[in-house]
Design a protein around this ligand. Structure first.
Ligand code: GTR
Length: 391
C-alpha cells in the first residue's frame, strides 16, 4: 500500500512538472470552410488571405494608409564616421502628411564601413530613447547593442515607437492616427490600433532602406521586445520586404498561443483591460472567448512564411508564457513545409540556452528576466549568418 501511495505521488509530481500541451488548437491547414490545404497555391490564394483578413478585422486593425504619397526623407544631421571608424552614422528625418495633418520622426542608422551593402537589423524601440537608442553612443544599452551589431557586419537601425504614436489611448487625436483619420469618433471598429501604427513606422524606415545604396534591402530583420515584439510580427506580416522578424518575449497577442493552459501568463482579458488601444476595437469581443475563436497566434506567425522568424522567451518571464511562445512557432511550421522548407526543427520545448536554429524558425529560451539582451541579439545574428546574410 505504502509503495502504491508513493508511486501515485511520484506520478502526480511528474504530471505537475510536465510541460503543458496545447489543446483544440485551430487547424492551420484547414480553411474556414473546412477544406484541407495541401499546396502552396491553396495557401497563397485561399488560406493565407482569409487568415490575414481575420487578423486585420478582429485584432490588429485596418490601416487607412500604407506609404503616403507625401513621404520624404532628409538628413537630420550630416553623416558621421563613428565607432572607431567602423561605422557611418546616418540620422534621417521622415516627414509625411495626410488629409488631416502632418507628422515626422527621426531615426538612426549605424552602417558598417565595408565594400558590400550591409544587411540590417531594424529595432522598434519601445523603451526611453535617450537611454536605449542614443545616437551619440554616450549611453549604451544591451537593448540596442549597436557596436556589437556593427562588429558582426550588420547595420543597426532604430526608431522610437512613441514618435509614430504615443503609447496611451489618444482615440485618434495624436501621432500618425491624427494625420489620416478624421478627428473625433473613429469610423470603424476595425480601424488600426497602435501596434499596427508602430509597424507602419517600421515600413516607412524600410522605404528609406530601399533607397540607401550602403544597405542590402533584401536582408533586413525587424526586431522588437515585448509590445515591440508583437509589433515586429505585425510589421513582417504586413510588409513582405522584411526578410526576418525577431519577436522577443512578445507574449499575449504576439507569439504566445492562446490554446495552452498557462495560468501565470497574460490573457486577452488582462491585455485588453490595460492596453485596448493596441488593437482594433473588434478585439474586445474575443476577451474570455479566445478559445472559441477560429484562429490563434500560430496562424499569424505562419503568414510570415517562407521568410525567417525568431521567437525568444526568458526563463523568468512567465507573463509572456514561454511554452506558448514555443508552441506557436512549432504549430506554424506546416506553412514552411508547403515551400519545401522546415519551420521550427525541434523535439520538444528546449532547455534554457539551447537555441533551436535548424529550420526557418528560430526559438531560444534565455536565462533571466523579461528583457532584450546581448544574448538575444547574438542568437538573432547567428540565425541571419546561418542563412547566408553576410555571404
Ligand atoms: C506588459 C504587457 C505585455 C507586454 C509588456 C511590455 O505590461 O502586459 O503584453 O507587452 O507590457 O511591453 O513590456
Amino acid at each position: 500500500m505504502e509503495k502504491l501511495i508513493a508511486a501515485s505521488f511520484a506520478l502526480a509530481a511528474l504530471v505537475a512538472a510536465a510541460a503543458p500541451i496545447p489543446e483544440n488548437v485551430p487547424e492551420l491547414m484547414t480553411t474556414f470552410s473546412g477544406e484541407k490545404v495541401t499546396t502552396r497555391g491553396q495557401w497563397e490564394k485561399v488560406r493565407a488571405p482569409e487568415l490575414l483578413a481575420e487578423f486585420t478585422e478582429e485584432e490588429y486593425g485596418r490601416r487607412p494608409v500604407e506609404r503616403p504619397a507625401s513621404l520624404s526623407f532628409e538628413r537630420a544631421e550630416p553623416d558621421a564616421v563613428m565607432m572607431d571608424s567602423k561605422a557611418v552614422r546616418k540620422r534621417i528625418r521622415v516627414t509625411y502628411a495626410g488629409p488631416y495633418g502632418g507628422g515626422k520622426f527621426t531615426f538612426t542608422a549605424f552602417i558598417p564601413r565595408q565594400e558590400k551593402p550591409a544587411p540590417a537589423f531594424l529595432l522598434i524601440c519601445n523603451r526611453p530613447p535617450d537611454e536605449n537608442i542614443d545616437p551619440t553612443r554616450r549611453r549604451k544599452s544591451e537593448f540596442w547593442p549597436a557596436e556589437e551589431i556593427v562588429s558582426r557586419g550588420y547595420a543597426a537601425i532604430s526608431f522610437w515607437n512613441g514618435d509614430i504614436a504615443p503609447d496611451w489611448n489618444t482615440g485618434n487625436r495624436q501621432g500618425v492616427f491624427a494625420c489620416f483619420e478624421e478627428p473625433g469618433r473613429r469610423k470603424s471598429h476595425a480601424l488600426w490600433g497602435t501596434l499596427s501604427a508602430w509597424a507602419w513606422g517600421a515600413s516607412r524606415v524600410m522605404d528609406w532602406i530601399e533607397t540607401e545604396p550602403l544597405l542590402d534591402a533584401r536582408h533586413v530583420a525587424v526586431v522588437g521586445h515585448s509590445r515591440g515584439g508583437k509589433t515586429a510580427l505585425v510589421a513582417a506580416v504586413y510588409d513582405r520586404r522584411f526578410a526576418m522578424a525577431c519577436s522577443n518575449d512578445s507574449g499575449c497577442s504576439g507569439a504566445k498561443l492562446n490554446h495552452i493552459d498557462l495560468p501565470k501568463s497574460e490573457h486577452l482579458s488582462a491585455i485588453v483591460r490595460s492596453f485596448p488601444y493596441w488593437f482594433c476595437a473588434n478585439y474586445i469581443a474575443h476577451v474570455n472567448a479566445e478559445l472559441e475563436w477560429r484562429v490563434d497566434q500560430h496562424e499569424f506567425i505562419a503568414l510570415i512564411a517562407p521568410r525567417l522568424v525568431c521567437i525568444a522567451s526568458a526563463t523568468e518571464d512567465m507573463w509572456a508564457g514561454q511554452e506558448g511562445e514555443y508552441w506557436s512557432g512549432a504549430l506554424a511550421s506546416p506553412a514552411w513545409e508547403l515551400y519545401g522548407l522546415k519551420g521550427l526543427v525541434s523535439d520538444g520545448f528546449p532547455p534554457p540556452e539551447r537555441p533551436l536554429q535548424d529550420g526557418c524558425i528560430s526559438y531560444h529560451l534565455r536565462v533571466g528576466k523579461h528583457n532584450l539582451t546581448l544574448y538575444d541579439w547574438n542568437r538573432y545574428m547567428d540565425f541571419a549568418d546561418r542563412h547566408g546574410w553576410r555571404d
